[in-house]
Design a protein around this ligand. Structure first.
Ligand SMILES: *Cc1c(COP(=O)(O)O)cnc(C)c1O
Length: 441
């Protein structure tokens, strides 16, 4: 706890709520015109396009390594589904339609991390293989699955620090290519995630400490060893761009449903936030496509609301939730991060509409209600996406009144379900316990 910080910032309304562990909403008063803001950024829509093209180039290799992606021709993408029954329960006075973006069903890694994590592994692989002369740019990248290439990758290491899902995404994809992979897991990481990684051939190092410490150890270990590459969740532009590709894919899915985003038909997107890379990348991508017609919100657990604290104080990664006497512990393991990415926080300053927080106690009932009403299973962290309609409804309605002029029924709400499909059946049953009983199963 840092009394100076509390003295200086503790009276800001959202920070005051955060300190008292109260659910809150902070509207970002630094939001700017999207086009102008994007012009000043170090990354552009061209970088996102480049990442999208690279993923297309790798699709034949992905299909070879992960046959479950064959039906999508090697593209890793998730469904967008309307949730009408859920809306009847939770969205009564919220104008517009509700959709869930099921990254919980993304192939290979079962979470949003399949976007950024796998992209960065592929980007690194391309760099290595090009400089070693294993491929040239015109080649079919499926060549990278050959014995010769695997032998080459086995002499290289990829490392990452993770609360679980990033480790799964990088561990599974890097091990499939033949790399030696070392995953530094924080104390929050669930046992089943560690077990699964070991089964896939990754080496798991466990820490008693939190995510930041696991990242720090990983970074240090990697710097000391030869041929080792560290994927840096806090600062990586490649991870960020991998996430950003989601925007273009979402746009196509909306249009397939006849939804064209404009001023009369704005898009509202809610994404759970840990260190910020995934929701930040997706927000960046969406802003490059829809500028002021998309309103992006992050959602965080009350006890690890690091991005809210970072953005409200403007101090980003210089402050942690512990500085404000908040313990950083949450049942939403994927979001158990105490200090936000400074790189992402700064990029989000002119782009993000706001941040909602939610108490851990609500996550299980959202999990069950979504399952009973829609038959969709997501993990507890992903349930945080629903904060705006579960505990922030009045604030959300206030925001809509203020920012959406005229007709409000044209709003499309997208709740980003960030993980779930890899949760083992026995744990699922435990979490769903009550729901199963209600359904008589
Ligand atoms: C990692 C993760 C997030 C948030 O991503 P960050 O890049 O850490 O902000 C959200 N939900 C789940 C399930 C995750 O695993």
């Amino acid at each position: 706890m840092d009394t100076d910080y509390i003295k200086r910032y503790g009276k800001l309304p959202a920070v005051a709520d955060a300190i008292q562990l109260k659910e809150t909403f902070r509207e970002n008063e630094k939001l700017q015109d999207a086009k102008e803001a994007l012009l000043k950024m170090p990354l552009s829509s061209r970088d996102v396009e480049d990442a999208a093209l690279r993923l297309d180039k790798f699709a034949p290799l992905i299909m070879r390594l992960f046959p479950e992606t064959a039906c999508m021709k090697g593209q890793i993408e998730s469904p967008l589904v309307e949730i009408k029954s859920f809306k009847r329960n939770y969205g009564n006075n919220v104008p517009g339609r509700f959709f869930i973006k099921q990254d919980s069903e993304l192939q290979v890694a079962g979470s949003v991390k399949a976007r950024g994590g796998i992209y960065e592994v592929l980007k690194h692989t391309e760099d290595l293989a090009l400089s070693a002369g294993l491929i040239d740019r015109e080649d079919d990248y499926a060549k990278l699955a050959s014995t010769r290439c695997r032998e080459f990758f086995s002499r290289h290491t990829i490392q990452v620090g993770s609360t679980g899902n990033l480790g799964l995404s990088i561990g599974i994809s890097a091990a499939a290519l033949g790399y030696r992979t070392i995953i530094h897991m924080s104390a929050d990481a669930k046992q089943w995630k560690k077990d699964l990684l070991r089964k896939k051939g990754a080496e798991v190092r466990e820490y008693e400490t939190d995510y930041l410490e696991a990242v720090k150890q990983g970074r240090e270990d990697s710097a000391k060893s030869k041929n080792s590459y560290f994927i840096d969740d806090e600062n990586s532009k490649d991870l960020f761009l991998g996430y950003a590709v989601a925007a273009k894919r979402l746009k196509a899915q909306l249009e397939e449903k006849g939804i064209y985003t404009d001023a009369e038909h704005p898009l509202f997107v809610y994404i759970p936030c840990g260190v910020g890379g995934a929701p930040g990348g997706i927000t960046f991508g969406l802003k490059t496509l829809f500028d002021n017609n998309v309103h992006c919100f992050f959602t965080e657990p009350v006890r690890s609301c690091c991005m809210l604290i970072g953005m409200a104080t403007g101090l980003h990664n210089q402050v942690s939730v512990q500085d404000f006497g908040i313990d950083g512990k949450t049942y939403a393991d994927g979001l158990a991060v105490s200090r936000p990415s400074g790189f992402v926080g700064e990029l989000m300053e002119p782009l993000l509409s706001g941040i909602f927080t939610i108490s851990d106690e609500r996550l299980d009932s959202i999990l069950r209600d979504l399952y009973t009403s829609e038959g969709i299973y997501i993990e507890p962290s992903a349930c945080a996406a629903f904060a705006p309609v579960v505990c922030g409804r009045e604030q959300l309605k206030g925001y809509i009144e203020k920012h959406v002029h005229g007709q409000k029924d044209g709003i499309t709400h997208v709740f980003w379900a960030t993980g779930g499909s890899l949760v083992p059946e026995c744990l699922r049953k435990e979490l769903l316990g009550k729901a199963y009983k209600e359904l008589g199963q």
